[in-house]
Design a protein. Structure first.
Length: 184
């Protein structure tokens, strides 16, 4: 889809500031952190489809590091967002803004957008695009997975109750694209 937009429209959406502020208030301990896998890291495979995850709950141990291998077999883009419901619904509002602007489409990122993600995996931007819309999806606790692609996301859990994995693309959470981590 080719879009015509004003030149050099720079939209810096600093999701991470919002996510961290909501995840690390004094009354709420840190939910964990993104990290690197080691040879002994447990791997959990998660199939993403339109519109669901392959499982509704995942058992994890407090302090455990898990490598999630996220395979999107659907036709729509999906997200794997680790967090509490309140911050995920907040994140969903930011996502809706990206859709409204057209920097994000139901099937992926708009071609005219220079995307930056923390993981840096699988997002090479074509050079020489005259218009630059910069959108930052720099959440330490989330990764976008485009249709037909697989991404890895490694996370160290803290001892945190009521932690979900969810897709915050508009309507997906409400359609049931959410599951829970069970601390055992
Ligand atoms: Cu989704």
């Amino acid at each position: 889809m080719k879009r015509s937009r004003p030149q050099l429209l720079v939209t810096a959406l600093l999701f991470s500031a919002v996510a961290q502020a909501s995840a690390q208030t004094s009354s709420e301990p840190s939910i964990g952190q993104q990290t690197q896998a080691t040879p002994t890291t447990r791997t959990v495979f998660i199939k993403m489809d339109d519109i669901s995850y392959g499982q509704k709950s995942i058992d994890v141990k407090p302090g455990e590091t898990v490598r999630f291998v996220l395979k999107n077999e659907g036709a729509l883009m999906h997200e794997f967002n680790i967090g509490k419901a309140v911050s995920q619904l907040e994140h969903q509002r930011k996502m809706a803004l990206l859709f409204k602007e057209g920097t994000l489409t139901p099937t992926g990122k708009a071609k005219s957008v220079v995307w930056r993600e923390r993981s840096g995996l699988g997002d090479s931007n074509p050079p020489g695009i005259p218009e630059v819309v910069e959108a930052i999806h720099d959440d330490p606790n989330a990764v976008l997975v485009e249709p037909g692609t697989t991404k890895e996301f490694v996370w160290t859990f803290h001892d945190t109750a009521n932690l979900n994995f969810a897709c915050t693309l508009p309507g997906h959470y409400q359609a049931g694209m959410v599951g829970e981590f069970v601390m055992r």
